[in-house]
Design a protein around this ligand. Structure first.
Ligand code: PLP
Length: 360
């Protein structure tokens, strides 16, 4: 039995996109590859709303965390932390041999622009990392307000993880002045895991040029040299690029505005379901994610039991992440899942919960 995924990555992938992954190979130095790469680049720029360079990395998103750290931190980085993934990016920055501090808030809260500004005023930092959508808590950081602060510090690199928001929400890289914006394939992009994408600004390339010890795989200068020839320095996952190209075509046919509205509608459906069923939302009010909802276990149900019963019926949701296990559960509503499929999941969840917990 196929179990339908409502977890925040990997997600359900459409059959037509999976089929692209099984196309016969082409050489990565061939004209066919270069044509596909060039067309994919143009489509990706439209997705990121940018004229910047857009790389496709044969690594998951974590690889691009390293890329951002290795190429864009010279002095000291300020990492905005509000959950497990933003915390891990801080660890990755340190593991790349860079100096870094955290501006950390409680789980469920968003990082606030005024607190960021206080720290930037010290002049200690030349880079900031922000996770737009903290997948572990379902909190969406206020990217527009954060960008407004960043605009006052043009010498500080603005590094954004849009791993679980890109293609589910509008991200305007050029308007926001983001230096590196990165995302993984297995989230709202609607692809199997295995590649990631990022945009890189001119400022980021200039900075990277003066930085030593970047390694090879993620060195922006090396990647750019090949990018200009519509190639990659290494043998890329060609199957993923076939799928990405097709998926970008599909998303343009759906229309990005329609796609973003569908994500918002799905988020509203899940939030309303939670409240109507006497649960509450984990995210601070006003900062709820449009792609994944983290629900407080206000009724003290057996979350693991609920997940198991759902799986037996062919649906997969996520327990709370790390310390939030049992205290929360998460429902992802991203990529190509439709509202009707989500409503079906929610009605089955309601039935299970009411059968198991008739009194609460
Ligand atoms: N950033 C966020 C917000 C994530 O949710 C994840 C994974 O779930 C990552 C980064 C890590 O991405 P990957 O697993 O593609 O390396």
């Amino acid at each position: 039995m196929h179990k339908k995924l409502f977890i925040p990555g990997p997600i359900e992938v459409k059959k037509e996109i999976l089929d692209e992954m099984s196309r016969p190979m082409i050489g990565h130095r061939s004209r066919d590859f270069m044509d596909m790469f060039s067309s994919t680049k143009e489509k990706l720029k439209r997705l990121f709303n940018t004229d910047n360079v857009v790389f496709i990395s044969t690594s998951s998103g974590t690889g691009l965390w390293e890329a951002a750290a290795r190429n864009c931190i010279e002095k000291r980085c300020l990492c905005l932390v509000n959950g497990a993934f933003s915390d891990r990016w801080h660890k990755v920055v340190l593991a790349c041999g860079k100096e870094a501090d955290k501006y950390e808030v409680e789980l469920g809260q968003a990082n606030k622009p005024d607190e960021l500004e206080k720290r930037l005023m010290t002049g200690k930092y030349d880079a900031v990392t922000v996770v737009h959508n903290e997948t572990s808590t379902g909190v969406m950081n206020p990217l527009d307000d954060i960008a407004e602060v960043m605009r006052k510090y043009p010498e500080v690199s603005f590094l954004v993880d849009a791993v679980s928001s890109l293609a589910g929400m509008k991200i305007e890289v050029d308007k926001l002045g983001i230096d590196v914006c990165l995302a993984s394939s297995q989230k709202a992009l609607g692809l199997p895991p295995g590649i990631s994408v990022c945009s890189v600004s001119k400022k980021a390339f200039e900075k990277s040029r003066n930085i030593k010890g970047k390694g090879y795989y993620f060195d922006f200068e090396v990647l750019l040299k090949y990018y200009e020839k519509d190639q990659t320095p290494i043998t890329p996952s060609i199957s993923h690029i076939f799928a990405l190209h097709k998926q970008l075509e599909h998303m343009e046919i759906e229309g990005y505005e329609n796609r973003f509205r569908r994500h918002l509608d799905m988020a509203t459906i899940v939030r309303t379901w939670a409240i109507e069923n006497n649960f509450s939302l984990f995210a601070e009010k006003g900062y709820e994610s449009n792609t994944v909802t983290c629900i407080n276990n206000s009724r003290n149900i057996d979350v693991s039991g609920l997940c198991q019963k759902l799986e037996a019926k062919g649906y997969v949701i996520s327990n709370g992440y790390g310390s939030l296990k049992g205290k929360t559960f998460r429902i992802a509503h991203m990529a190509d899942i439709q509202k009707e499929e989500l409503k079906e999941l929610l009605s089955i969840m309601k039935e299970i919960i009411e059968n198991e917990n008739p009194d609460n």
